[in-house]
Design a protein around this ligand. Structure first.
Ligand code: ZN
Length: 305
């Protein structure tokens, strides 16, 4: 049974932008963050603290944090891969939650962060504890949970065991990420149910890329199976520099349209998301994958206006 409301996480400023060749200015990143806040986002992944040589788009992480607006009710998430990244994020004084990533397969974990899958779990737990020691919160994401670009099929038992282990560090939630967009709704429902049972009472967050156009179906299947937190990226921007062929995240405005029309509250304002997506398309100088921003408004008139 689907939950009546979900918690929405805008990941466009980090996951959306990190694979874009065009370097986006710090000022435009801050405009994007402000537009997400104006549209209702209360959790935003604003940047990542990684080696700028590997991810040039994130080289201005400290500058972005320095320009973040004052919003006590908004959680600003910084993605970090190791203790050094966590120190950088904490030192900004503006990041309120650290995002740690553990990867489901050895080959991808080595490509992504130079460690095995089990080493990545230990590292992620260390990052979560580092966050907690600094008075922040931590969250954990299991990358390549539904399939690996190097190893192919991923054993569900392994993902469930990883989630249970990560839960021991008491993150705010554990996420299942379809980093390369290969998952299908039946698989998603099965794995979300198993992970939800393994980490209860912690929530399950889901993170889907739309490489094979199964993203929205997977969001729906995940929510029906008990996931209560959904990552999405404005316009459907996104990819992964270390995952060959990975496409963008599920588009925020498409996810919000689908869920709100289906009676599941997201806390987001669709009209504001649509105009933010159109603005982002101008900034990126291309059409973005999201479809709702390209379609006529439905219903045509805003109710109550
Ligand atoms: Zn992603």
């Amino acid at each position: 049974m689907a939950v009546p409301q979900i918690s929405f996480v805008e990941v466009g400023p980090r996951d959306g932008l990190q694979n874009e060749k065009t370097l986006v200015s710090t000022a435009d990143k801050l405009r994007l963050i402000q537009k997400a806040i104006d549209a209702g986002a209360r959790r935003i992944e604003v940047t990542s603290f990684v080696n700028p040589k590997r991810v040039p788009q994130m080289a201005d992480a400290e500058e972005v944090c320095g320009g973040l607006p004052q919003h006590d009710d908004v959680t600003f998430i910084g993605l970090v891969m190791n203790a050094k990244g966590a120190e950088r994020a904490i030192a900004t004084g503006r990041i309120t939650q650290l995002g740690a990533v553990a990867v489901a397969t050895d080959k991808f974990a080595i490509a992504n962060q130079g460690q095995t899958s089990s080493e990545s779990v230990v590292a992620a737990m260390g990052i979560i504890r580092q966050a907690q020691d600094a008075g922040l919160t931590g969250q954990a994401t299991i990358g390549a949970a539904f399939g690996c670009p190097f190893e192919g099929e991923v054993a569900e038992d392994h993902v469930v065991a990883m989630a249970a282990k990560l839960a021991e560090a008491n993150p705010v939630e554990v996420a299942l990420a379809d980093t390369i967009g290969v998952g299908n709704p039946a698989q998603v429902a099965r794995l979300v149910r198993r992970v939800a049972a393994a980490i209860a009472p912690l929530p399950v967050r889901v993170h889907f890329h739309n490489t094979r156009n199964t993203g929205l179906a997977n969001v729906w299947a995940a929510i029906e199976a008990g996931a209560s937190v959904v990552d999405a990226s404005l316009g459907g921007l996104g990819g992964c520099p270390f995952a060959p062929g990975a496409a963008g995240n599920v588009p925020s405005e498409d996810v919000v349209y689908m869920l709100e029309r289906a009676g599941i509250s997201t806390g987001m304002d669709l009209d504001k998301l649509v105009s933010a997506s159109r603005w982002l398309s101008e900034i990126m100088e291309r059409k973005l994958p999201g479809m709702v921003a390209q379609a006529p408004r439905f219903p045509a008139e805003r109710q109550g206006d």
